[in-house]
Write a protein that binds this ligand. Structure first.
Ligand SMILES: [Zn+2]
Ligand SMILES: [Zn+2]
Length: 334
């Protein structure tokens, strides 16, 4: 029997979360309807919580296909995670498999069209990434913003330092920083130091194999610095400790502009600054192996499963720093 109603969260702004119940219409051509089994909270959602959002937020989605629109040849029951950039599929970047570089990108799911803090979500079929049978959805969602983004950043970095480095510094041990720590070894990083002012996050990073950095003041220490905080102080740290010939990978996001220091030292520092965005769908297959290796440990240390009705509390504790990666998990998926 087709479900006709669905509960979804709305963010009106100023930190409020409301719920409404909608009647679901037919699925649009080329789209699929997912029952949302898992939707992880992301640090970037905190901005929407403050500003409000015209669409249903939530962009780290894992679910099960319950209905398909015309032109979609996917069996119901397919388990999948959702690729958030609604790429065109035909521009020269998409044709080359670089879907995260789509030249006609207009929408991100959970940002410009409805996302996953709901019982159901409709998404374009091309944004579905089917999940292998041996990977649980609660692990698979970490293949998006946590491991997918981390692995792509490291692949991009490998192009400038193909021989790898003995030791890197990760600045910021939120979920993405912890994702970087978990998979760095697979990309030629011998060992990882980590810096984070939050003791709990730092302890998690150490449990995942990193070493707490002791000196963040001396210049020219690291050949690779991955800045995953977005805080101005973290960006300044990254630029200070990177050695000439090294690379700063900029993954942190904030509302502040990214600044290049107007200092003699920075003018004389010959290095790479790398900005990456998400990951191309062409990398997903290889990322399942990363998740088979480190996904369960990451999930067990990061995520807290909660019900959709708990979303306001989940965000309160997420903002307070009590939860690293709360995940809304449906009854069926627990
Ligand atoms: Zn995110
Ligand atoms: Zn495109």
């Amino acid at each position: 029997m087709t479900t006709t109603t669905s509960v979804r969260a709305r963010f009106p702004g100023d930190g409020r979360i409301d719920f409404d119940t909608v009647t679901l219409g037919p699925v649009a051509d080329g789209e699929v309807r997912l029952r949302v089994d898992v939707c992880a909270l992301c640090g970037s959602d905190k901005r929407l919580l403050r500003s409000g959002s015209p669409v249903v937020p939530g962009h780290e989605i894992g679910g099960t296909v319950v209905e398909t629109g015309a032109g979609v040849d996917l069996p119901t029951g397919t388990r999948a995670i959702v690729y958030i950039p609604v790429f065109c599929g035909t521009c020269r970047r998409c044709a080359a498999g670089r879907t995260n570089q789509c030249l006609r990108l207009t929408q991100l799911i959970g940002w410009q069209r409805d996302g996953g803090f709901a019982e159901h979500v409709d998404v374009p079929a091309r944004c579905l990434l089917p999940v292998p049978d041996d990977v649980p959805l609660t692990t698979a969602v970490l293949g998006l913003d946590t491991v997918g983004t981390a692995a792509h950043a490291l692949r991009l970095w490998q192009r400038v330092q193909p021989d790898g480095v003995d030791r890197a510094l990760v600045v910021g041990a939120g979920p993405l920083g912890l994702g970087v720590i978990s998979v760095a070894g697979a990309f030629g990083v011998g060992a990882v130091d980590v810096a984070d002012p939050h003791e709990g996050r730092l302890a998690t990073a150490v449990a995942l194999g990193a070493r707490a950095a002791e000196d963040l003041d001396s210049e020219n220490q690291y050949d690779l610095v991955i800045e995953v905080s977005g805080a101005t102080a973290a960006r300044e740290t990254a630029q200070r400790v990177v050695a000439p010939g090294g690379a700063v990978v900029v993954l942190g996001e904030s509302d502040q502009p990214y600044a290049m220091p107007a200092t003699p030292r920075w003018r004389r520092t010959d290095c790479f600054t790398i900005r990456s965005f998400y990951f191309p769908t062409s990398e997903v297959e290889a990322n399942w192996d990363l998740l088979r290796d480190s996904g369960a440990a990451l999930r067990d240390r990061l995520t807290v499963p909660l019900a959709l009705a708990d979303l306001p509390d989940a965000f309160a504790r997420f903002v307070a720093g009590d939860y690293l990666k709360p995940c809304i998990v449906s009854e069926d998926a627990r």
